[in-house]
Design a protein around this ligand. Structure first.
Ligand SMILES: [Mg+2]
Length: 384
């Protein structure tokens, strides 16, 4: 097996919505294709770098793509002659200094994920099944509970609009919704939370996401005011690397806290538990796999977290897309997220998927299955 070609194109998301910290108006993402030859056929794998991080084609073209294309068989292949994605990761990391992970973990992880798509296609397996073979220590599944993310702040959006959005999602089969918090004055935010609880019928069907945006002047108030509601979790109350403030927030808030989507290395995730006060079996670590060195590295993260008693049932992927859904199913993670109609063509799953009481069932199409997402695949197939 060999890698024949790797290409990246940047795509603008063209969205007006905002969370507590930034607007998605200028946001871009990299879409990637990797072509491999297995000696019989060629297979094309695809991936994108989730959303929330800008396109990163320059790093790919200047460093990671040439390193892969110039690698020897010995550098890249396993004993069966198949591309070993962990070896591919090491090839991409040649010449890279420890630290500074975010600058390279997104382009590397996106290319690595596209490689998995191509390899799964060459083996005629859906990605989650290939993962269950490669990583047999986990309990893989083809059905995953998906919560729905939304509740963004938007120009002219009222609390009634928020309730309508939540009801629409529940009518469509979702059973847990995460809304944004920290982008309005606290009194209004509390009204939004109470409206969400009313719309879903229960506080444990509502999660909150501050996107690291609570302020020095108000994070204590948010922790105290919202601690008694019984919400599912409170995500990123503080800057992703402000472990001391995470600790303070968890002490005051007491209930489940989530974070990790803006951390990139094994050391980052360990620090969240060592110094951020994250409690195994109560809090949730959310890892954006294509943004943090990809799937093989994710397995290493899970192994390290296991040594400090973190189980996959407290870990979920960030990113509501087919990549994270396969990863959640392949590794038997706690749940997955979904963003129907939020991030344009980068939202959601196979066009034919239907929710059943919050659960999605993967089909057995080979690879990640982007071919079943018509609008997104139209972008992928035109990557030049
Ligand atoms: Mg988040």
């Amino acid at each position: 097996m060999k890698i024949i070609d790797i290409k990246e194109n940047p795509i603008k998301l063209n969205l007006s919505l905002s969370n507590s910290m930034f607007s998605f108006k200028e946001m871009t993402t990299s879409i990637v294709k990797v072509v491999i030859d297995d000696g019989v056929n060629t297979h094309t794998g695809y991936a994108f770098n989730s959303t929330g991080r800008y396109a990163c084609g320059d790093q790919m073209r200047n460093r990671f793509i040439p390193r892969l294309l110039n690698a020897t068989d010995n550098d890249l292949l396993d004993d069966d002659g198949c591309i070993d994605t962990m070896k591919a990761l090491h090839v991409m990391l040649v010449g890279e200094k420890p630290g500074g992970d975010m600058e390279r973990s997104v382009p590397i992880g996106t290319i690595e994920t596209a490689l998995w798509d191509a390899i799964a296609k060459s083996k005629n397996l859906p990605l989650y099944k290939l993962l269950s073979i490669k990583f047999p220590n986990y309990t893989s599944t083809n059905k995953m509970f998906c919560y729905v993310g939304g509740g963004y702040y938007d120009v002219g959006k009222t609390i009634d609009d928020l309730k309508d959005e939540i009801k629409r999602n529940f009518d469509n089969g979702y059973r847990l919704m995460k809304i944004k918090i920290g982008g309005a004055p606290i009194k209004e935010d509390i009204k939004r939370v109470e409206a969400a609880i009313e719309a879903t019928g229960s506080a444990d069907k509502v999660a909150l996401d501050a996107n690291g945006g609570l302020k020095e002047t108000n994070y204590i108030n948010y922790a105290k005011e919202l601690s008694s509601y019984g919400l599912k979790w409170f995500e990123e109350p503080t800057h992703p690397s402000n472990f001391q403030r995470y600790n303070e927030f968890i002490d005051l808030y007491g209930n489940a806290v989530a974070g990790g989507e803006n951390l990139y290395s094994i050391q980052d995730f360990l620090n969240l538990t060592r110094y951020g006060g994250f409690r195994e079996s109560q809090d949730i670590i959310q890892i954006d796999v294509p943004q943090s060195y990809g799937i093989s590295y994710f397995n290493e993260v899970l192994k390290e977290l296991k040594t400090i008693n973190w189980d996959v049932s407290s870990i979920m992927p960030h990113g509501g897309n087919q990549m994270s859904l396969h990863i959640a199913c392949g590794f038997g993670l706690s749940m997955c997220e979904a963003y129907p109609n939020v991030f344009g063509v980068f939202s959601g799953y196979d066009d034919d998927y239907k929710l059943n009481e919050g659960y999605l069932e993967l089909n057995d199409n080979p690879g990640i299955g982007f071919e079943g997402q018509n609008d997104l695949f139209n972008l992928f197939k035109n990557i030049e």
